[in-house]
Design a protein around this ligand. Sequence first.
Ligand code: ZN
Length: 80
Amino acid sequence: MPKDKQAQTGAEERPQVKLLDTGCNACGKRLNSWDARCSKALSYKHAVCESCMAEEYDMQPEELRAYFEEVFGMRPCLGL
Ligand SMILES: [Zn+2]
C-alpha cells in the first residue's frame, strides 16, 4: 500500500479538492481528488466516492475521514 508522503512532517499541506473526470464505480457520482486518494489508500481497483466507501464500511463520512487521518495520516482536502 503506498504511503502518503505528506504524512511525514505533519506539515499543514492540505490541497484544495479538485473535481476529476471520472465517476464513482458504484453510484456514478463524479469523483473528486479526495475520493481518489481514499480509494487509493484502500487499494480499490476502481475508485468510488466517499459516501459509497462510508456505506461499505458502515461508517458516517465524518467517521471515515477521521479514520483516514488516524490510519493513513491523510488530512481531508480543503473545500470538501
Ligand atoms: Zn459513489
